[in-house]
Write a protein that binds this ligand. Structure first.
Ligand code: PLP
Length: 419
């Protein structure tokens, strides 16, 4: 059977698929907003033929949009050549991608890469790295550095180690006890960090911009202060660039200018193909995890690493970083001028904006009905993380529709309030 024939048999209306979803998929995501069947560039189509401008990009993942011809052909050709080999073996794409990431990150001699398949896995590896920064060990084998610091509002993933680093109570509490030793300090408060970090701390985890918390950038100077504080105490500075990395903010990495001990990447790295990475900077950090102390079956496989190489190549060769800075600045300025928008935050094409009232979830539905995919991270906060290839004209089409979307959302809120 031809591939097209096999896929074409999966026909049905959105309501059919949602009914089948409800009786076959675990309920952790609630009811999906739409059933999507096809994409091209920044546009996707649902099972009923309706078209949407994708301003979320699969949550900061689809850097090159949907069905990018070069990415598609690189993935297909790698899969047709060699798809998976296990980490008993390596492959040229794996080595080339590691080298490329080290080069882009300005990593010094001795820096290394570990490949995973997702953001949470990259952070699990970073968590284990942190645990190996033991400090002095007593004759009884007790380690000195038992504490790990993360920030209020932090999101680092859903597996148990990454969840221990994540701040949100609703995500954590049902799964306690979580791996111990993690403490959360107030967001953006240098003095609180300074007070918390001493020689009992193994690592400090930070996101340059907290994406899940509503696109909250660290205050200017915080990251450098965190670098100085951790360096003085012998703690690792671990930067979670899972959402902010790979061009999302108009730079390769949002932490550029500050050299961490480790960095985690995922989301945009594979252009939509699942891939995550932990980069360790310099010999000392890189030697903390030794042979046999960590592993993965899928991580760094030829297809995932080829997809990442292709993504990086397109970003670099088409001047996308500059385009992201331009389109992002234009979009943020335009959003700030829309009545009902109270505050706009972010960098490049990672944008959060607050509404004057608690109608963000209703705005997400109204936007979908108007043909735009956006996301709410809180009762009055909306997030945009579109493909990096978004054009000004596409950005403008959303800004022009936004007053109508907000009006619909407001009246939906009023109706709900009355019923
Ligand atoms: C999305 C995200 C993660 C988790 O990535 P997954 O691929 O969903 O496991 C971790 N850290 C940050 C900052 C993220 O935005």
């Amino acid at each position: 059977m031809e591939a097209e024939t096999a896929l074409a048999e999966l026909t049905g209306s959105s309501s059919d698929w949602l009914r089948r979803y409800g009786s076959s998929l675990m309920g952790v995501f609630g009811t999906p907003q739409r059933v999507l069947v096809r994409g091209s560039g920044c546009t996707v189509w649902d099972a009923d033929g309706r078209e949407y401008l994708d301003l979320l990009g699969g949550i900061a993942v689809n850097a090159l949009g949907h069905a990018h011809p070069f990415l598609t052909s690189v993935i297909s050709s790698q899969l047709a050549t060699l798809g998976h080999v296990s980490n008993f073996f390596t492959s040229p794409t794996q080595v080339a991608l590691a080298e490329k990431l080290l080069q882009l990150a300005g990593a010094p001699e001795g820096s290394k890469v570990f490949f995973a398949n997702s953001g949470t896995e990259a952070n699990e590896a970073a968590f284990k790295l942190a645990r190996r920064n033991t400090g002095s060990v007593s004759p009884e084998g007790a380690v000195q550095r038992t504490r790990i610091i993360a920030l209020d509002g932090a999101f680092h993933g859903r597996t148990l180690g990454a969840l221990a680093l994540t701040a949100k109570k609703a995500y954590r509490q049902p799964f306690e006890p979580l791996p111990g030793g993690v403490e959360h300090v107030p967001f953006g408060d240098v003095e609180a960090l300074r007070a918390a970090v001493d020689d009992t701390v193994a690592a400090v985890f930070v996101e340059p911009i907290q994406g899940e918390a509503g696109v909250r950038p660290l205050p200017v100077g915080y990251l450098q202060a965190a670098r100085d504080i951790t360096a003085a105490a012998g703690a690792l500075l671990i930067v979670d660039e899972v959402q902010t990395g790979i061009g999302r903010t108009g730079a390769w990495f949002a932490s550029e200018g500050v050299l961490p001990d480790a960095m985690t990447l995922a989301k945009g790295l594979g252009g939509g193909f699942p891939v995550g990475a932990l980069i360790t900077f310099g010999d000392t950090a890189s030697s903390l995890l030794s042979a046999g102390q960590h592993g993965t079956t899928f991580g760094g496989n030829p297809v995932a690493t080829a997809a990442s190489l292709a993504t990086l190549h397109v970003i670099e060769s088409t001047g996308l970083l500059e385009q992201v800075r331009d389109t992002g600045a234009h979009l943020r300025a335009a959003l700030a001028a829309v009545p009902g928008v109270a505050e706009v935050r972010g960098e490049g094409l990672l944008i959060g904006f607050d509404l004057a009232e608690d109608s963000a979830p209703a705005a997400v539905s109204a936007a979908l009905d108007a043909g735009f995919i956006i996301n709410s991270t809180g009762p009055r906060t909306l997030r945009l993380a579109p493909p990096l290839i978004l054009t000004r004209a596409q950005a403008d089409s959303f800004v022009n529709a936004l007053p109508g979307i907000l009006a619909t959302a407001r009246s939906a809120g009023t109706t709900e309030g009355k019923s």
